[in-house]
Design a protein around this ligand. Structure first.
Ligand code: KL2
Length: 558
């Protein structure tokens, strides 16, 4: 046998079961027998044209052995015990196939590689091989490096907060975990990555470990692949988390997973928000949101509204993200509303977390954190434009969402105390079902003053001293939302949560009416450059997780 890498001398597949194979590795004169390696794993690698199956397999298991040699799945066998097998596999003739061809569908591709007696000569393969055979010391360093960047840092009164019966501590953790099918669809983005760390089984372990380690009371995940959900949930169920899942609409196979500790909260109300509204140009994408209203088990009057979303990716279409945010704010407004007072409406505390696919200086960020934004005349990126300017109207009036992010009929009912208080979004729990918003539906609301065909500016009086607007060219929302992160460190360096063309921030936690006491620190863009491309052996996703701890003031029984 000719060494393939300095670390590993040979590999062979010995037996197949239905979906798993047995693999034997020769390494440093020791023989490792590793069972139950998913077949899928090899097939994926084989499909990856440049990194052939066997090179990827070598590097994967060299890394695994090196990093965790004592793990129970890696059983070291005495060479003598394995001897008969080895003869079969590596007899004098290298043409001898180690496996019974009838049991392996992918035999030709994979076996030819396994029995190959010379190292790859293609420079691309050599490159991949090198990148995939990360020495243990590098892996360990990567992990240490990463852990050093992430800690729960006390902020504000968190440094000296006296313990109090009146306060309840909530920790929220949010993470875009990178759906495996999206990783595989966009495989060109990951061709220089360590291929082993791209496997779902490898990433899943890292992700679950990091999420559970945070000991959060609420967890918001984006890009949870639907067919991975049940398996992924198991450890969280053991840790007493309840969950809600909302898949993106149409053909998308990933979605949002919101989990909360069932021994801490009761679920009072929830909404699965779909931004897709048929026949509406701006709202023709499959993004979704989940909103929950939770109450404290030991203080049921104390309630909080928590939402997560993953907005459209297309970097140029901030106009679409603004429209999606308008819908999200209207649904938050409906669910978080408590009562009207002489000083205006009162809302429950809100935490809104997720992947917003927008950057800190963008128009949508300003809208969320400042409460207003004028889009008319701006470009689709919501910057100053010379041409192709946005008009006065963003989302159409037939959705009955006002420019102040309120549902027209809900507001009418609150202020006039009559009517149905309908939501006119398709597929909202409270709205009409998909495709049913036809002219007869609209006739039902003929008595109202909104002209749904008219995209000019409309101002409508709802009650004395209260009017709403449609198509005014500006949006407002009623919440005072702050971001957990300031997006720069104390030296003015930009922080980052993901790598696109460069390191950028796209993940956020916004909050109102709770007190921020801790944040899960983020690295700066400069520090990120010292990390190996993500996902890697230390980081399970192409995003970094974000987290914060808050004080929720308990309501006293009346
Ligand atoms: O940046 V993201 O990655 O928030 O993690 O969200 C989207 C993108 C996700 C769902 O649409 O898929 C990723 N190039 C790179 N990444 C893409 C692309 C693309 N063209 N399209 C979607 N995504």
């Amino acid at each position: 046998m000719i060494p393939v890498t300095p670390l590993l001398t040979a590999i062979t597949v010995t037996r197949t079961f239905r979906r798993n194979i047995d693999v034997i590795l020769f390494h440093c004169k020791k023989v490792y027998h590793m069972t139950t390696i998913p077949l899928k794993h090899l097939l994926i690698k084989n499909l990856n044209k440049e990194a052939s199956g066997v090179e990827a397999l070598f590097s994967t298991y060299v890394d695994l052995i090196e990093s965790n040699a004592s793990e129970s799945t890696h059983r070291e066998f005495q060479k003598s015990i394995m001897e008969p097998y080895l003869k079969t596999c590596y007899g004098s003739s290298i043409n001898h196939r180690p496996c019974d061809a009838s049991t392996v569908n992918f035999k030709d591709n994979l076996m030819n590689h396994e029995c190959t007696s010379s190292p790859p000569t293609n420079p691309d393969l050599n490159l991949n091989l090198q990148e995939n055979t990360t020495p243990t010391s590098d892996i360990r360093r990567a992990l240490q490096n990463y852990k050093a960047m992430r800690s729960w840092k006390k902020v504000g009164r968190g440094r000296s907060l006296p313990s109090s019966e009146a306060n309840f501590v909530i920790r929220l953790f949010s993470y875009n975990i990178l759906a495996q099918y999206l990783l595989e669809t966009h495989s060109y983005l990951y061709k220089h990555h360590n291929q082993c760390s791209l496997e779902w089984e490898t990433r899943k372990k890292l992700l679950i470990q990091e999420i559970l380690e945070a000991q959060a009371t609420v967890i918001c995940l984006q890009e949870m692949q639907e067919d991975h959900l049940n398996e992924f949930l198991k450890p969280f169920k053991e840790h007493k988390y309840n969950h809600l899942y909302k898949k993106r609409t149409n053909d998308k196979n990933d979605g949002l997973l919101l989990m909360f500790r069932s021994d801490v909260f009761d679920l009072i109300e929830y909404e699965n928000v779909e931004f897709f509204q048929s026949g509406t140009d701006l709202l023709n994408r499959d993004n979704v949101a989940i909103i929950v209203k939770l109450s404290l088990k030991n203080s049921p009057e104390t309630q909080i509204v928590i939402a997560t979303t993953h907005l459209l990716y297309n970097p140029k279409r901030n106009d679409i993200r603004l429209g999606q945010t308008q819908i999200l704010m209207a649904e938050l407004e409906r669910i978080a509303f408590i009562k009207n007072t002489s000083r205006g409406p009162k809302y429950h505390p809100i935490i809104l977390a997720g992947d917003f696919n927008l950057q800190p200086k963008s128009g949508v960020y300003k809208f969320i954190t400042e409460g207003s934004f004028a889009y008319m005349g701006k470009s689709r990126t919501l910057e100053q434009a010379d041409h192709r300017r946005l008009s006065n109207s963003l989302i159409p009036p037939h959705l009955y969402v006002t420019d102040s992010c309120q549902h027209f009929f809900i507001l009418s009912k609150r202020l006039r105390n009559r009517g149905e208080g309908n939501v006119m979004l398709e597929n909202s729990e409270k709205g009409p079902p998909r495709g049913s918003r036809d002219s007869s539906d609209q006739n039902q609301f003929k008595r109202n003053e909104v002209d749904v065909q008219n995209r000019n500016f409309q101002k409508i009086q709802i009650s004395d001293g209260h009017h709403v607007k449609f198509g005014s060219g500006s949006l407002t929302h009623p919440f005072k939302l702050r971001s957990v992160y300031s997006h720069i460190d104390r030296n003015g360096q930009d922080e980052a949560t993901t790598h696109q063309d460069g390191w950028v921030t796209v993940d956020y936690i916004f909050f109102s009416e709770v007190e921020l006491i801790e944040q899960y620190t983020l690295p700066t863009q400069k520090q990120c450059k010292a990390l190996a491309t993500i996902p890697n052996h230390a980081i399970g996703s192409d995003h970094l997780s974000i987290g914060a701890t808050f004080i929720l003031r308990k309501k006293l029984r009346q």
